[in-house]
Ligand binder design. Structure first.
Ligand code: ARG
Length: 705
């Protein structure tokens, strides 16, 4: 029985660490002992020979890693898929292995050039013969898996390797007799771990801890109930014995220096023939199209990175490079992913950068009905800030009310089909919602091939946080934009926190409102309270705004103010009755600038105007934000994030905060129109007012509000 099991090995005559192509080789060049390597190899050879037949391939000079015959190819029955090495350092081994396989009468399949696959090092049969586990991510390309499935006529399950120490599947994964699996889970991404758990029941999983994993415990030769490895901890040995295995240790430290051990040094050439097998390919492929300044704007890099980081692989089928500075390029890219789920994730990110799905051009979006008010179908497409179109009944509909984190609802109206971005709670029974990622595209302006010149444009051209030195330049830029927007009757929305008052910014913001630069104000209870506290009592949270010192008993001031305004019934009434005579809220009332104050759990009072029903507050915010050209976010993380979520791309956002983390968080939405300024907000506002006063409009001032 055992006699029929055969392995291929290669004597270590020319073995050495000559180069570095994996982390184990680093620092080990020419550090392995020839004699010890020979001894260790011999011991392994004899151990295996006692239990199986060992064939030898003649080592070739100049190819030191040829000892690792696991990488010769992948054998099933009389068929072999020859390895295509990823690194040129090993590509020279290919012809030697090919000759050996042919001499033994195997049918040899060769992968296309540039489609790497490193044989049994990256592909392991389930020892019950049910399927093939295939690794990708470092040495083998995902796109090789469908070919292997076809040639070997077997189901292939793709696993993505994430830890470069475990660059080959056989360094961290070892199927064993009886359906057992010994493996090191952190070497894989979460999708792969889920797949493993789906196929291998918990009682059959033998989890290896890191200390064993780095001793190459998973790099085990399994012959029936026997496992041969470099070294195992007592725990792991006990676990293997419990599962009915005899553990044989044989030191292979000299080979560890090259990143290999027992299993790497062998190739099983008699895999059990599985009678009732057939090819199953779980990999999905799609062809997408990209157009624009693909190189200059870095779009192609971004797209390809997204694919690889998302666990997929790509093949550029066509690339038409624009020849002139202004001409755009066009690329057709085939994308593969190990499952539909992973593909959806990748494609939805690609849609955001303007990629269109070629196949899907002809396809309608997939819709599923809302079955309960306020709840979407499981697989609903999550909207982004980018203008989106959806294909329904062969026609592209522009999605209305674009915002991020919503669902796209399709409803029939007397005027025909309407697509709308809706937050989940607003979904209504009878509407249909877009699921999956087919039949969707985003409309992106062709991104500029380079930042436009001139001070007017530069800062909005790249999402970025300014350094201290750039604050003044940005102020100039913002002032210019504010002036333009006001002069053409546009809309600027300010969202502000109480820090605006504490830092002395109230007078400047009041000035902006008075001058017609602000068309709506969003905030919480606090900004209004402290603004009116300053107006009525001269303090902000009890601090005298002129002297900058805390006033005795001042912490009670804001409660007195809240009380007075509550007596009046509203902020507007307090202004009309002369209780509030200046400040931001005063200017809003006097200039008919609508404001919305959203409440929170920590609010004192609240003021009569503060909306404590958050759903209503969100709706009011959204209403005031509609049609905004620019949003100034002044030192309020909470309200600004809320606002950011409701805002489509194309709206300029300026986020000012003293805390760089807040600024980064707010301006980091992948939108080129947002800029962050790390500075004191009071200072920013005073610079801004100064700058605006310096600018004289040649168009004449249009009265707004
Ligand atoms: N130095 C070799 C390489 O990096 C080691 C190969 C180990 N083989 C294996 N099946 N894991 O390619």
């Amino acid at each position: 029985m055992t006699d029929s099991i055969r392995f291929l090995m290669c004597p270590p005559d020319h073995y050495d660490v000559d180069y570095v192509i994996n982390p184990w080789m680093e620092g080990n060049i020419h550090k392995s002992s020839f004699d010890r390597a020979r001894e260790q190899w011999q011991s392994l050879y004899h151990l295996i020979k006692e239990n199986a037949i060992v064939d030898l391939v003649t080592p070739a000079k100049g190819w030191p890693d040829m000892v690792f015959t696991a990488n010769a190819g992948l054998v099933l029955d009389k068929t072999v898929v020859l390895s295509r090495f990823y690194h040129k350092e090993r590509q020279g081994e290919e012809p030697y292995f090919k000759i050996w396989f042919e001499s033994q009468g195997f049918t040899v399949h060769e992968l296309p050039k540039d489609l790497p696959f490193e044989g049994a090092g990256d592909a392991l049969f389930d020892r019950e013969g049910r399927y093939l586990w295939a690794g990708y991510g470092f040495r083998s390309e995902l796109d090789s898996h469908p070919l292997i499935a076809e040639w070997l006529d077997i189901e292939v399950l793709s696993l993505r390797l994430m830890d470069e120490r475990f660059y080959h599947l056989d360094t961290c994964f070892c199927p064993l007799t009886g359906g057992y699996l010994m493996y090191y889970p952190p070497a894989f991404d979460s999708y792969s771990n889920r797949l493993i758990e789906l196929r291998v029941p918990p009682e059959k999983r033998i989890i290896v801890e890191e200390p064993d994993a780095v001793n190459f415990a998973c790099n085990t030769v399994n012959i029936n109930q026997m496992v041969i490895m470099n070294k195992a901890s007592d725990n792991l040995k006990a676990r293997l014995q419990e599962a009915g295995f005899t553990v044989l240790e044989t030191p292979l430290t000299e080979f560890l220096k090259a990143g290999g051990a027992a299993k790497c040094l062998t190739l099983r050439v008699t895999e059990p023939i599985i009678i009732d097998r057939h090819a199953v390919i779980n990999i999905e492929s799609r062809t997408v199209l990209m157009e624009g300044h693909l190189l200059d704007a870095g779009l192609i890099n971004r797209a390809l990175d997204l694919v690889v980081e998302g666990g997929g692989s790509f093949q550029v089928l066509n690339f038409n490079l624009g020849e002139q500075r202004q001409s755009t390029s066009k690329a057709e890219i085939k994308i593969s992913a190990p499952s539909h789920e992973v593909m959806e994730e990748i494609i939805s990110q690609l849609i955001d950068i303007g990629v269109v799905s070629l196949d899907e051009d002809q396809r309608d979006a997939r819709l599923q009905p809302v079955e309960q008010d306020g709840v979407g179908p499981d697989d609903f497409y999550v909207s982004t800030i980018y203008p989106t179109e959806v294909r329904v009944d062969g026609q592209w509909l522009t999605v209305q009310n674009q915002r991020m984190d919503g669902a796209i609802a399709i409803s029939e109206t007397p005027n025909g089909l309407v697509a709308q971005c809706k937050i989940l709670r607003d979904l209504k029974l009878g509407e249909r919602v877009v699921v999956d990622v087919v039949g969707l595209r985003t409309i992106r302006k062709t991104e500029s091939r380079e930042p436009r010149n001139g001070p007017q444009e530069f800062s909005f051209m790249s999402a970025g946080v300014s350094s201290e030195r750039r604050v003044e330049l940005i102020v100039e830029q913002v002032a210019w934009e504010l002036r333009q927007i006001r002069d053409r009757g546009g809309k600027v929305v300010v969202t502000a926190g109480p820090v605006v008052i504490h830092t002395g910014g109230a007078q400047h913001l009041s000035h902006l409102i008075r001058q017609g630069y602000v068309q709506a104000l969003l905030g919480g209870n606090a900004i209004a309270v402290h603004d009116m506290e300053q107006s009525i009592m001269g303090t902000s949270l009890g601090v005298d705004m002129k002297q900058g010192v805390a006033v005795k008993g001042g912490h009670r001031h804001h409660l007195k103010v809240i009380n007075s305004v509550r007596r009046c019934g509203s902020i507007a009434a307090a202004v009309e009755q002369g209780v509030v005579k200046s400040g931001i809220m005063y200017e809003c009332v006097k200039n008919n600038i609508p404001f919305s104050l959203a409440g929170s759990i920590r609010d004192d009072g609240p003021l009569p105007d503060t909306q404590m029903d958050l759903i209503k507050a969100q709706e009011h915010y959204a209403e005031l934000l509609r049609g905004a050209d620019m949003i100034l976010m002044l030192s309020s993380m909470l309200h600004s994030i809320g606002v950011g979520n409701m805002t489509p791309s194309g709206v300029k956002m300026v986020c000012v905060d003293i805390n760089p983390a807040v600024v980064t968080k707010l301006s980091d939405r992948g939108s080129v129109e947002s800029i962050g300024v790390v500075t004191d907000v009071g200072l920013f506002l005073s610079l801004l007012v100064n700058q605006l006063d310096k600018l004289t409009s040649k168009y004449g001032v249009v009265q707004v509000g």
